[in-house]
Design a protein. Sequence first.
Lengths: 371, 299
Amino acid sequence: MTAPSGARLENTPVKSRPTSTAAALAAAALSLSLTGCVETGRSSTAAAPDTDCPWRADESVTAEARIAWQAVPNGDAVVKDLGLLEACMPNADISWVQASSGGDVVKYYGSDEVDLGLMGSAPATIASSEPVVQDVDLSVVWIHDVIGDAESLVVKDPTITDISGLKGKTVAVPFSSTAHYSLLQALADAGLDATQDVEVINLEPEKMPGAWQGDQIDAAWVWDPVQSQLLEDGGERILSSADTAEAGRPTFDVGTASQEFAADNPEFMTQWTKAQDYAVRMIKDDPAAAAESVAVVLGIDPADAEKQFGGLTFLTAEEQAGPDYLGGQLTEDLFTTAGFLLDQGEIEAVGTQSDYAAHVDPGPARAAADG
Amino acid sequence: MTQTTAPARPQSDRIRSDQEPAPSPRRAGPLGPQRVRRLGLHLASVAALLVVWWLVTRAGLVRPLYLPSPGAVWDAFVRANSDHPIAPGSDRIVRGEQNYYLWEHLVASLQRIAIGVGAAVAVGIPLGLLMGTTWLGTLLEPYLSFLRSLPPLAYIGLLIVWFGIGDTSKIWLLFLAAFPPIAMSTISGVRGVREDQVNAVLSLGASRRQTLTAVVLPATLPEILTGIRVATGFAWTTVVAAEIANGIPGIGGLAYLAGEQLQSALVIACIVVIGLAAILLDLGLKSLEKVLVPWRGKA
């Protein structure tokens, strides 16, 4: 049965049907016109100089690799900017995923979103310990840098000249980071209890200058560019990660790879490590050129990037593969870090030394050093 | 303009008076004196703000890290929209910021919003109509309220595990953020339809479907559109936060990365662009409202 249309039209808003269709059409048109304009993952820098592979490219590698990167001024940024992996493995499918912290990278591993990734030694230890180790199967295959003056304790009060002077003060640090680890180690070494004698608060680096200006923090253990900013604001550096490293507790930025991926794609790992080694040598031999690449990736000034290299120690494949690092000592360092993380409640149990040895793989570094 | 041309329109008096009962001076055309005055007021306040901002930074009252000068923000904006050398004198030319121009970052975020809100519209309106008219409302309303009260950022981690770190998880997040306001406003619109109007068409022999399309939908449309506006605003705040993780290209991701590197001028440029884009989008939706539901407030 149909309504007598004439009568209906008299009393109701006649335009209803066409307009609601028009609404749907407008919405559809809007979403259509906006889709497909900007593609995500424009992988290599558009204006980068065309890079040729510095050695013979391996065309046999057809792996699909998803790499998590972070804004850290080291060789990884150089590799990304120069497009070394893309040039040396023309048939591989490489995508770069930006992460804002090592914790994020571990999370991405857990949801099987990445195959390789950069993180600090503290997150790498967390990933190798209970309970995270249940979900994540990564191993440390590279040391991007040993952290030195790049992370340091900057205090505001010029009368405080050593860490024991911080008693009763507020110290800011990003929790779960390598800086957090270094700070707590330094406090413990000075006989201070981090839970009672000083107030250690969790603060993202970019929020520190504001808190510093407002006198809400007395000191911070932090990296660049915030570290430079605080020093410029009249802060004094009283300790750095170089000191804690000397005291036997070094911190690193490490390259990790999924164990399954590394086992399935040994050629990829060799090429990847070669590219990292190339970047390390470039930082050592031609820091200005390397700094330019880092500046492009981080969006900073090349001069600042070059300055930041100074706070880090870079190791070639040969040095890394040796017993001081991947070839032995790093396992020890992860084990020590785990003991500390257990105290902090970041992990549930410390594994045995051999558990940590299973998460360190010097193979690719050795292959790159030999080849 | 409308005032002078309207009487000349070849339309019957009845229809014309339907649309504009009494063209008051307040509703005058785009160049009416009221409009001009209001626009002048806005421009003056923006200019005053810029002058105060400029004076404060010029006098050195605030350090550039905390508040860069308007000029520095403009420079950052221009830089982010052009190919430029990485440093003065360098022959390495880079594109915009993070390899995308600023407008591309903006479009990338808008794309995510359009898809997320579009899906929310496509699902929210039919579901809202169903929930407002059938027993489904009683069944599903608690779930809708539950979803609505969750801060979207609380479950982004879960969405990443389910849908990956690409655009899919971000679009799902936007959908989940935008869909409850649209469904809720549709429901409340449906429930607010005057019963005598429905009964009137029913007594004239309208079918259920005809009642829906001729009475319920037009009467609900104003509320639906308000819901879409609310949802779009909500989607804006959500997308910027969602882009903290792997959000390049994306204007929220760019603002986050710039903040991490203490590039305050670029952060402010991003914020201004986000704010202006949000206002323009809302104005667009508002004018869409005027075109689509001219009967609003006159039923």
